[in-house]
Ligand binder design. Structure first.
Ligand code: SF4
Length: 220
């Protein structure tokens, strides 16, 4: 039993819309609060409010939803320190846990069993100065880096950024067009014509499956 609590916006069951586990039924735990204000944020409703839940309550809800894949998201989940207790409980119970993070907050103490999905902030977010470059040294093949690309400037910036920090030799790298700002085909064309240098993890194009299925509603 734990008396620790977290501020939670929602817990729901849906398909993973992005990354290495796209399409897999997943339980999402969306924690409340974020210190960033990205231009393209589609979860502003998670900035404030939510409800206080005990970690035991969260574990019960997760168990009742039945998925083995759990995505801890936000907001910025690392803005609540007790998220580490929750992720440890989930891993100890043999869930496959991933963490969506802005990359602005230190990830050094994230449980090594958790797959980190680090969202590098592009200039189009207006929050690129918040990128914490020290975080890159904690990335492993079990993690992912994601660039949300809003324009050709973002695309060129992202290519330079990943090469400068050698990120695609650390973990898989995803380039994702910003919905409503960049046509997916345009990004696909740029990527195919770029012929980026060979790397351990070639850059992978992705679109957000959930947006195509359900629009701005995160899931069912
Ligand atoms: S880090 Fe994520 S939740 Fe926070 S403002 Fe940016 S997109 Fe929104």
């Amino acid at each position: 039993m734990s008396k620790e609590t977290l501020r939670v916006t929602e817990i729901f069951y849906s398909l993973q819309g992005e990354g290495a586990t796209v399409g897999i039924p997943t339980t999402f735990i969306r924690l409340t609060g974020c210190p960033l204000r990205c231009e393209y944020c589609d979860t502003k409703y998670a900035f404030y409010g939510g409800k206080t839940l005990g970690i035991d309550d969260i574990m019960q809800q997760v168990e009742s939803l039945g998925a083995r894949y759990i995505n801890v998201t936000g907001g910025e989940p690392l803005s609540q320190k007790r998220v580490h207790l929750l992720m440890k409980r989930l891993c100890d119970d043999n869930y496959q846990v991933s963490l969506e993070t802005s990359g602005a907050i230190d990830v050094s103490n994230v449980d090594s069993r958790v797959s980190k999905v680090l969202d590098v902030k592009t200039p189009g977010s207006s929050e690129d100065e918040k990128n914490n470059h020290d975080n890159y040294s904690y990335l492993t093949y079990n993690d992912q880096v994601k660039y949300v690309i809003c324009s050709e400037h973002d695309y060129n910036w992202s290519k330079d950024h990943l090469l400068e920090h050698d990120l695609n030799n650390r973990c898989p790298v995803l380039f994702s067009p910003c919905v409503g700002q960049l046509e997916p085909q345009q990004l696909a064309d740029w990527l195919l014509s770029a012929k980026l240098p060979a790397a351990k993890f070639p850059v992978r194009f992705q679109i957000q499956l959930h947006k195509y299925l359900w629009g701005d509603t995160p899931g069912k």
